[in-house]
Design a protein around this ligand. Sequence first.
Ligand SMILES: [Zn+2]
Length: 111
Amino acid sequence: MKIRKNDTVQIIAGDDSGKLLASSDRGVRGRVLRVLPSRRKVVVEGVAVTRKAMRPDPRKGHRGGFIEKEMPIPVSNVMLVCRNCDKPTRVGFRIDGDTKVRICKKCGQEV
Ligand SMILES: [Zn+2]
Protein backbone atom coordinates (compact mmCIF):
# COMPACT_ATOMS: atom_id res chain seq x y z
CA MET A 1 0.00 0.00 0.00
CA LYS A 2 1.28 3.41 -0.92
CA ILE A 3 -0.79 5.13 1.72
CA ARG A 4 0.08 4.75 5.37
CA LYS A 5 -1.53 5.57 8.67
CA ASN A 6 -1.24 9.25 9.65
CA ASP A 7 -0.61 10.34 6.07
CA THR A 8 -2.47 13.41 4.88
CA VAL A 9 -4.50 12.60 1.80
CA GLN A 10 -6.74 14.49 -0.56
CA ILE A 11 -9.99 13.05 -1.90
CA ILE A 12 -9.86 12.92 -5.68
CA ALA A 13 -13.18 11.26 -6.48
CA GLY A 14 -16.70 11.91 -5.36
CA ASP A 15 -19.89 11.39 -7.34
CA ASP A 16 -18.89 8.31 -9.26
CA SER A 17 -17.46 6.29 -6.40
CA GLY A 18 -20.58 5.03 -4.76
CA LYS A 19 -22.65 6.26 -1.90
CA LEU A 20 -19.89 6.58 0.66
CA LEU A 21 -18.39 9.69 -0.78
CA ALA A 22 -20.40 12.83 -1.39
CA SER A 23 -19.37 15.12 -4.21
CA SER A 24 -18.64 17.67 -1.49
CA ASP A 25 -15.88 15.37 -0.25
CA ARG A 26 -13.89 15.93 -3.43
CA GLY A 27 -10.78 17.96 -2.73
CA VAL A 28 -11.12 17.55 1.02
CA ARG A 29 -7.96 16.75 2.93
CA GLY A 30 -7.76 14.56 5.97
CA ARG A 31 -5.53 12.36 8.04
CA VAL A 32 -5.50 8.61 7.48
CA LEU A 33 -6.81 6.88 10.58
CA ARG A 34 -6.64 3.29 9.38
CA VAL A 35 -5.35 1.36 6.38
CA LEU A 36 -7.06 -1.86 5.27
CA PRO A 37 -4.58 -3.41 2.79
CA SER A 38 -6.56 -6.57 2.11
CA ARG A 39 -9.58 -4.52 1.06
CA ARG A 40 -7.50 -1.76 -0.55
CA LYS A 41 -9.33 0.81 1.53
CA VAL A 42 -8.47 3.60 3.90
CA VAL A 43 -10.34 5.41 6.65
CA VAL A 44 -9.86 9.16 6.48
CA GLU A 45 -10.69 11.50 9.35
CA GLY A 46 -13.84 13.50 8.61
CA VAL A 47 -14.50 11.84 5.24
CA ALA A 48 -17.41 9.51 4.38
CA VAL A 49 -18.90 10.02 7.81
CA THR A 50 -22.10 8.18 8.52
CA ARG A 51 -24.31 8.49 11.54
CA LYS A 52 -25.08 5.23 13.22
CA ALA A 53 -27.90 4.72 15.65
CA MET A 54 -26.81 3.20 18.94
CA ARG A 55 -29.11 1.49 21.36
CA PRO A 56 -28.70 2.49 24.96
CA ASP A 57 -26.48 -0.02 26.74
CA PRO A 58 -26.24 0.68 30.46
CA ARG A 59 -23.71 -2.12 30.96
CA LYS A 60 -21.27 -0.37 28.67
CA GLY A 61 -22.28 3.03 29.98
CA HIS A 62 -23.65 4.62 26.83
CA ARG A 63 -27.00 6.22 26.61
CA GLY A 64 -27.80 5.58 22.97
CA GLY A 65 -28.36 8.10 20.21
CA PHE A 66 -26.18 8.67 17.20
CA ILE A 67 -22.49 8.18 16.82
CA GLU A 68 -20.52 9.45 13.85
CA LYS A 69 -18.17 7.04 12.19
CA GLU A 70 -15.91 7.24 9.16
CA MET A 71 -16.41 4.49 6.59
CA PRO A 72 -13.50 2.94 4.66
CA ILE A 73 -13.13 4.36 1.15
CA PRO A 74 -11.21 2.87 -1.78
CA VAL A 75 -7.56 3.85 -1.75
CA SER A 76 -7.92 4.73 -5.44
CA ASN A 77 -10.08 7.66 -4.38
CA VAL A 78 -7.33 9.40 -2.44
CA MET A 79 -3.97 10.91 -3.24
CA LEU A 80 -1.13 11.43 -0.83
CA VAL A 81 -0.45 15.06 0.01
CA CYS A 82 3.30 15.58 -0.03
CA ARG A 83 4.59 17.11 3.16
CA ASN A 84 7.39 18.83 1.27
CA CYS A 85 5.58 20.50 -1.61
CA ASP A 86 2.05 20.39 -0.12
CA LYS A 87 0.48 19.03 -3.28
CA PRO A 88 -1.50 15.88 -3.95
CA THR A 89 0.91 13.55 -5.67
CA ARG A 90 1.52 10.06 -6.94
CA VAL A 91 3.93 8.01 -4.91
CA GLY A 92 7.06 6.35 -6.17
CA PHE A 93 9.62 4.18 -4.47
CA ARG A 94 13.37 4.31 -4.33
CA ILE A 95 15.55 1.56 -2.97
CA ASP A 96 17.96 3.00 -0.45
CA GLY A 97 20.32 0.23 0.63
CA ASP A 98 17.89 -2.38 1.88
CA THR A 99 15.04 -0.02 2.70
CA LYS A 100 12.31 1.10 0.38
CA VAL A 101 11.80 4.84 0.53
CA ARG A 102 8.61 6.54 -0.62
CA ILE A 103 9.14 9.51 -2.83
CA CYS A 104 6.87 12.27 -4.12
CA LYS A 105 6.65 12.16 -7.90
CA LYS A 106 6.21 15.93 -8.03
CA CYS A 107 9.21 17.15 -6.08
CA GLY A 108 11.26 13.94 -5.78
CA GLN A 109 11.61 14.29 -2.01
CA GLU A 110 11.17 11.50 0.47
CA VAL A 111 7.69 11.37 1.99
ZN1 LIG B 1 6.45 16.74 -3.10
